[in-house]
Design a protein around this ligand. Structure first.
Ligand code: UTP
Length: 281
C-alpha cells in the first residue's frame, strides 16, 4: 500500500524554549522566515505524501491558522510587491489537506502517535517530529525512507551516529547491517532498541531521529504498551515489539539533521539555512 499520510505529533510543551513557547507552539518557531512545521510538511509533500495529520494540544491553534487562508492578509497584499512572500505557504495549502486531533494529556510520543489513529486509520504512515529539521541536496529524508519502505514493507526508523555521551537523549538501536551499498547510507535489521540509555548501557551510538514510517499494527501494540522511561508511553518500546518479529529497519539517511528542540541546534539550523538561502527582497 502506498504511503499517503504523514503524522505530526505536536502536542509537547517545548519547555526548553520557554518563555518563547508559553503561548506559541514550538513547531511555529521560525528558522529564517518559515516555521519548523512547514519545513516538515514540505518534506512530506516532496516524498509524495499529501495528507497531513497533526496531533496538537492546548495553545497550539496557531498551527491550524498557519495552514489556512488569511483572507484579510491576502486582501491587503494582493497586487503589491509583497505578494510573493506568501507563495510558498499558498502552494503548501493548495497541494495537501490537513486534519487535526488533540492529545488531551501529554503521556509521551507513543501516546501522541496513538492519538493520531483516528486520522490515519489502517494504513502505513510517516511520522515527522518537526523539531528535527532535516535537509539534503537531493531527495529529502522522508523520500529516502519511502523508498526503503517500498522495498521492505515494514516499519523504518531514521538513524544517525551521535557521540556516545549523547545516547541518553535518544532512542538507540542495535542491529545487523543488511545493506551498505554506498558509503553514506546503510540499512540495519533492528534487533534491539533502548529509550535514552546511559552511555555505559547503550548498545550502539546509532540514534533514532524524528522520522519514522510505521505499519498500522503499531496502534494495537501502543494500546498495550505500558509507560516506560520517564513514565511516558514510548514509541521505542512499541517498535521493539515489531523489531522482535524482524519488522523494523533502521536507515542511516543522507543529509543533515538539526535538533531544533534545543537552543544550540536551533541556532545551528538558522545559520545553516541563512548561508544557503537567498531570501526574497
Ligand atoms: P520532545 O520531548 O522533544 O518535545 O518530544 P517537548 O516535550 O515538546 O520538548 P521539551 O523537552 O519540553 O523541550 C518529541 C516530539 O514529540 C511530541 C513533541 O511535540 C515533539 O514533537 N510529543 C511528545 C507529543 O506530541 N506528545 C507528548 O506527550 C510528548
Amino acid at each position: 500500500m502506498k504511503i499517503k499520510k504523514c503524522l505530526f505529533p505536536a502536542a509537547g510543551y517545548g519547555t526548553r524554549f520557554l518563555p518563547a513557547t508559553k503561548a506559541t507552539p514550538k513547531e511555529m518557531l521560525p528558522v529564517l522566515t518559515k516555521p519548523l512545521i512547514q519545513y516538515g510538511v514540505e518534506e512530506a509533500l516532496e516524498a509524495g505524501l499529501n495528507t497531513m495529520a497533526v496531533v496538537t494540544g492546548r495553545g497550539k491553534r496557531a498551527i491550524e491558522d498557519h495552514f489556512d487562508i488569511s483572507y484579510e492578509l491576502e486582501h491587503q497584499i494582493k497586487g503589491t510587491s509583497k505578494e510573493h512572500y506568501l507563495s510558498e505557504i499558498r502552494s503548501v495549502i493548495t497541494n495537501c489537506t490537513f486534519s487535526y486531533t488533540r492529545q488531551i494529556e501529554m503521556k509521551g510520543l507513543g501516546h501522541a502517535i496513538l492519538c493520531g489513529e483516528t486520522l490515519i486509520g489502517n494504513e502505513p504512515f510517516a511520522v515527522v517530529l518537526a523539531d528535527d529539521l532535516c535537509d539534503n541536496e537531493d531527495d529529502g529524508v522522508l523520500s529516502q525512507m519511502v523508498e526503503v519502505y517500498n522495498k521492505y514493507k515494514c516499519s523504518v526508523v531514521a538513524i544517525e551516529e551521535v557521540p556516545i555521551e549523547d545516547t541518553n537523549k535518544y532512542g538507540v538501536i542495535a542491529g545487523s547491517i543488511i545493506s551498505d551499498s554506498d558509503q553514506e547510507s546503510s540499512l540495519y535489521q533492528v534487533t534491539d532498541m533502548v529509550e535514552k540509555p546511559d552511555p555505559k548501557d547503550a548498545p550502539t551510538n546509532l540514534a533514532i531521529i524524528g522520522r519514522y514510517i510505521l505499519t498500522p499494527d503499531i496502534f494495537d501494540i501502543l494500546r498495550k504498551t505500558k509507560p516506560g522511561k520517564g513514565g511516558e508511553i514510548q514509541i521505542t518500546d512499541a517498535l521493539l515489539e515489531q523489531a522482535k518479529l524482524g519488522n523494523v529497519i533502521a536507515y542511516k539517511f543522507k543529509g543533515k539533521r538539526f535538533d531544533c528542540g534545543s537552543v544550540d541546534g536551533f541556532v545551528e539550523a538558522t545559520n545553516y539555512f541563512y548561508e544557503k538561502t537567498v531570501l526574497p527582497d
